[in-house]
Design a protein around this ligand. Structure first.
Ligand code: FE2
Length: 418
């Protein structure tokens, strides 16, 4: 496969890309535009970019909003209540059908890597079993990591620890946790130590729903980061949400950031989900309820954006478009400067790949798998400003998705190429 007239991020010239036997074999700067010949794909000056990565989604809960009841208050905790009502209705066919639809939605929006959480506060472990099976079946179409996620507590839910071990023995890729939802501070702290111990025992990654609350006293991130540091596994550990950090005072954050930098853990923020779920106990002033994305990024810590939910008890919108999530995130986190825009796609590509520990074989580079997407725009800035569509998705040298754009056809004085 050969692609001509592609733009690459942070470059001005046009480039030709060659993929042979599934891997990039050449990336050459062109002197100017070329005519596409002999089956070459003409990128027409559009941006070729590494595939999007969805680092945080709940495929077992997706597409269940309103079943059997809607989350009327919009709070995280009512979401958990509504989900516990839907859980008895779960079965393999139900999860499989919804997860497949959601994966198709994500792939149609340029995603080729997904980290999904699967609820293990369930003696049947049907979520883990179904999503691990889908992961294996779809491995030639999309890369999926499955997190064993103890939605109702690792130590507070009866048999939670045993269920987690069963999920890991079954093949879950990542150990999850939810310390702020455990009954007590002590259980929350103990759960973080257990999560790290299990990751070491089973050689797995870690991704914890950590401090997903506006409570400034929710400080399990420091426990997770310290355990990661002491066990020298920071790059394999992710703290998702950490929304309480948006309510921490600056003096505490100053101390905390020292530890975070030493530990080198990764962060996932889910801007659409958090702006919706958090701040619910405030009248005014009303907190934004996000972690300190801008400050984490500026401190050199790895932070990326995920969707979290698509039409589920916690969030009743969502469409698989990470560019939408990025747009929200840049606004909410006040990352609207020129330099922010110029590197913004990092937040849904390279940084997410680092979180998933796939960065060694990710990106448009000779020797890497020949996977990329073509975006309707010339650079990060224009793609974000115009919410450029994903025109093409290539995986290991095979086209897995192609999109034709809708165009304005009348009146003829409107040109939608702006
Ligand atoms: Fe989540």
């Amino acid at each position: 496969m050969e692609i001509v007239n592609a733009r690459l991020r942070s470059k001005v010239a046009l480039y030709s890309l060659k993929i042979n036997k599934g891997y990039f074999t050449a990336i050459c700067e062109q002197d100017g535009p070329l005519d596409a010949i002999d089956g070459q794909i003409d990128a027409s000056g559009k941006l070729a970019c590494a595939p999007f990565v969805e680092p945080h989604i709940h495929l077992d809960a997706a597409l269940t909003a309103g079943e059997p009841n809607w989350n009327q208050s919009g709070t995280l905790f009512e979401g958990i209540e509504r989900w516990s009502e839907r859980k008895p209705l779960l079965n393999e066919a139900d999860i499989r059908q919804r997860a497949m639809k959601t994966i198709q939605l994500l792939v149609s929006q340029g995603v080729q890597y997904i980290r999904t959480h699967a609820d293990v506060s369930d003696p049947s472990l049907v979520g883990i079993k179904t999503l691990c099976a889908l992961r294996d079946e779809l491995s030639d179409k999309v890369d999926i990591q499955v997190v064993a996620f103890p939605q109702e507590g690792l130590l507070s839910y009866p048999g939670g620890l045993e269920l987690m071990e069963q999920a890991l023995q079954f093949g879950a890729d990542v150990v999850g946790g939810i310390p702020h939802f455990e009954y007590t501070r002590e259980l929350g702290e103990a759960s973080m130590k257990q999560v790290i111990e299990l990751a070491l025992k089973y050689d797995r990654l870690v991704d914890v729903h950590c401090d997903e609350t506006d409570d400034p006293n929710s400080r399990f991130l420091e426990v997770l980061a310290a355990e990661a540091l002491f066990n020298n596994m920071g790059s394999r550990v992710t703290a998702s949400h950490t929304t309480a950090m948006g309510s921490y005072d600056n003096a505490y954050c100053s101390k905390l950031f020292r530890l975070l930098k030493k530990s080198g853990i990764n962060f996932v923020s889910c801007p659409t989900e958090s702006i919706h779920l958090q701040g619910r106990f405030d009248s005014y002033p009303k907190r934004r309820g996000l972690t300190r994305v801008k400050e984490l990024n500026a401190a050199g810590l790895n932070v990326c954006f995920g969707e979290d939910s698509i039409f589920d008890p916690w969030y009743s919108l969502g469409n698989g478009k990470l560019l939408r999530t990025l747009d929200f995130g840049l606004h909410i986190c006040q990352m609207m400067g020129y330099t922010d825009f110029s590197a913004a796609l990092d937040l849904i590509t390279d940084n997410s790949a680092r979180t998933l520990n796939i960065h060694d074989s990710y990106g448009i580079q000779v020797g890497n798998p020949g996977s990329f997407i073509l975006l309707d725009g010339e650079d990060d800035y224009s793609v974000i400003r115009q919410q450029g569509e994903v025109l093409l998705s290539v995986r290991h040298g095979q086209v897995i998705m192609r999109r034709e754009l809708a165009r304005v056809v009348s009146p003829d004085w409107i040109n939608d190429d702006n």
